[in-house]
Write a protein that binds this ligand. Sequence first.
Ligand SMILES: [Zn+2]
Length: 148
Amino acid sequence: MKCPKCRNLDTRVIDSRTTDDGKAIRRRRECEKCWARFTTFERLEFVSFMVTKSSGELEPYDRTKVVNSMMKALIKRPFDPDKLEDVINTLENEWAQNKQAITSKRIGRDILRKLRDFDEVAFVRYASIYHNHDNVRGFVKFIEDELG
Ligand SMILES: [Zn+2]
């Protein structure tokens, strides 16, 4: 980050805090040459796209829903939150590339596909919570097919 006063490139962060409900980071920086102090704001870029629900209704994509649904399946499972974050980011990027609204069904399928590699127990839980299976046999067959 360039110093606005002397254009020196070596500046250091002396304070950093999140603002705007965690959506932005405010950093106090100090130039190592002229000791000028300045503030920078870094804002996270959020993906946004529309989701078609099974009822046919459209709604804006909500990351919280995805996180909550995955957390429900991951209860009491050991996992790396950073890796989960990566998985969700990857999925969001895939979904956002779609020209049209993404179906909630596809979202469910994709999450399931990722969970299969992420945590098998969570995968089975997710499948049982979010996929309607009329009977146990249908569910077992589905799991067997998926884990193949
Ligand atoms: Zn400077």
